[in-house]
Every structure is written in structure tokens, then in C-alpha cells.
Write a protein that binds this ligand. Sequence first.
Ligand code: KE4
Length: 430
Amino acid sequence: MAELTTTASHRAFEDAVRRMPGGVNSPARACLSVGAEPVFTAAGEGAWLTDVDGNRYLDYVCGFGPMILGHGHPEVLEAMHAQIGRGLSYGTPTVAETELAERVVAAVPGIERLRLVSSGTEATMSALRTARGFTGRHKFIKLEGCYHGHADALLVKAGSGAVTLGTPNSAGVTPGAVQDTLTAPYNDLDAVRALFAANPGEIAAIILEAVVGNMGVVPPEPGYLEGLREITTAEGALLIFDEVMTGFRVALGGAQERFGITPDLTCLGKVIGGGMPIGAYGGRADVMAVVAPEGGVYQAGTNSGNPVCVAAGIATLDVLRRDRVHEKLEALGERFEAGLVAALQETGVAGTVQRVGSMITLFFTEGPVRRLEDVTPAAVERFSRFFRAMRDRGVMLPPSQYEAWFISAAHDEAAIDRTVAAAREALAAL
Ligand code: KE4
């Protein structure tokens, strides 16, 4: 297989490294763990990316989730252009923010009231502060391999880029910042029960990805979410679903709709901005009443509810609902999963495919992958070779075994079949 010409990307990378750590503005894009340099994107269109050398790729990064409608959806762009003509940022409330909030409340079972912010990190850190303010308790539980952004207290045994780079516990985070962070393995209710028994009346909340995307896709085992709901209710702690990735992705109402478990607080991001910077946290009205200016939990942001971001979000959510996009994504996801499973069988490569809706991961280890330690160093190494082989065949995957691949509404059966054929070749060449 001839390697692609990436001369311009290489030059761009050398220029970037001079001014930015790793040449990237997020380590998740660095490609270090897959033994490659990142390629630099010139444009995205539908399901495709074009790099600065003119190479085209079927895109399964989708911006790490936001681009559920594909790149350059006309209705999203039109809504943004209309708003741009009226102004970019006012520092006053706008009606559109309420219109986006209404759409979120109408779709997400656990959200009665919410606050818009500008990233998933802001959403999760604010949800945690709200839970602590509401309960008066300091400690909280996070689960190993879940990634909730880069706020200090949450950078403990974190997934995504943190575990990819071997820094699940980041340098620069002080012992004081994580003194109240408790951790347990994912899919292990007994470990959570033990933490509550050892910290009676002290745990404000448990925060988790109800479907993990940041270990690669790891679904909750039957009874797991129900168990967490029962435990937190009994203990007077809040259940926080971090749906920054799964929100409006695995169903219109997110994982909480798909699995029928209603959390007390929900964090959102990615899809609700349609590709523009956004986040949100929300939940029970009584809990959100503690948020300033109504209550004593302070949280603020210059760009919170930015009119252009909100316009992109509203347009995206309206298209998702009107065109019943999740039905198409489910069908494409099933086709993709079946194709990858067949390719593993035909090539005799040991691996497992895990999928929820249009989030999917091929793990280079015998399944099931139930928790972080099930992802072995050997799997990481084989994935790195697979990643490079797929990129050389015009398929762009997230550059880590610990990430979810995303399908967009711009993908079709032909794109999926083309990707499966590339995977079959790449697996055979491993
Ligand atoms: P941001 O601050 O990156 O908007 O959101 C943080 C976050 C919170 N919660 C979940 C479940 C998330 O997946 C994320 C961010 N996801 C990563 C990809 N796994 C973003 C990519 C990156 O860090 O560049």
C-alpha cells in the first residue's frame, strides 16, 4: 500500500511545534501513541476530510463527536451566518439561549433547568461544584477510565488523551486538589458500595459516562446504572451522568433515554453546539436552584450561551429531531459493527467490536472490554499499526485505542462498506 504524500502536513507540523506543545491544541490529536504525525486538515465536507496535501479521508473522528450531521451541513451554516450578521457576542441574555434550553429540556429526561457553558470541561467541573454545594459534602466518586475534561479534581485515573499519553493522573494537579476524589473500576457496583460504606455521609455525588467513550466504547453492564441509581438515592448522593459525548448521540435523549435511568445532573457538550464551542450542565430544578445568581454556587463565563454557538446548536438539534437521524445512525452502526466483526473473523485477528448507537470501537483484545485494565498494552500497539494502515487507505480514525469512533448522518452504506473493506486489508496486513 503506497503511503500518502504528507509533505505539506509535515511542514505545517514543524511550524506548529515551534509555537505549540506537541504542535496541537489538544493532546488527543497528537498521534504520539499511534506512532504518526498528525495530518493537518484543510477542509471538511459531509463525511470527508481533506488534508493540506489534498488527501481525502472518510472521517470517523467527527471533531471527537460534535459533527453528528457531518461537516458543513447547510442548515447549520445558514443559521450561523444569519446570527453573524446580527452580532457575535453581546454580554446580555438572548432569546435563542432559552430556545436551546427548551430543546434540551424537551429531549433529556433528567434536565428540568440548565446552564450553558463553553466546553464539556466547564460543564463537568460546574456540575461537581453544584453537587457539592447542594449536598454540603466534599467527596465524590469517579470511575477509572472515564474522562470528564481537564479540571484538577477530575484528572484522576482519567481516560481519553490522559490515559493515551500515560498521564491518567496529571502532573501539576496537587494532592489537595484531589484529596476528595474517590475512584472505582467501571462496571463494579461492589466497589462503589464499599466507598460509600467507608465514607458515610461524605460523598456528594458519583459522576460517570453512562456509556464510556473514553476507554474506547465500554457499555454499562446490565444492572450497573440501575445499581448506581439505587445506591446514590439511598445514600443521599447525586447521580451525575457526563453525557458530553453520549448526549444527543446515542439517542435524542442520550444514554439516560436509551437505558431508562434518570440522573440528578447531566453534563452536555459537543453535539449541542453543532461543532461550535459549547457545554451545558443541568438537572433537577431543586438542585439547579443553588447556582448563582439564585444560589450560592458561583459559575460564570464570557462566552456562555454565545449567540453563534447557540444558533449552530439549535439548528443541529432541530435537524436531528426532524429527520429522525438516530434511526439512520443506528442502521449504519449495525452495518459497520457487522462488517468489522466479519473482517476480524476473516483475517483471524484477535479483537472485539463494541458499539452503542453511532459510537463504536474495535479493540485489539479478546472481549468483552468491561473496564480500563481490559485494554492491554498489546492492544494499544496493534491499534497503532491499524490506525496508520487505515489512514494510508483514506480512513481517519481517532488516534488512540482509548477513543470512540463516530458515524455521522453524512455517512452512507457505501462509506461504511468502503471503510470495512479498508479495515479488512489493514487487518490482513497487521
Ligand atoms: P471538552 O472540555 O473537551 O469540551 O469536554 C471534555 C469531556 C467531558 N466529558 C466527556 C465524556 C468527554 O468525552 C469530553 C471530551 N472528549 C474528548 C475525546 N474523548 C475530547 C477530545 C480532546 O480532548 O481533544
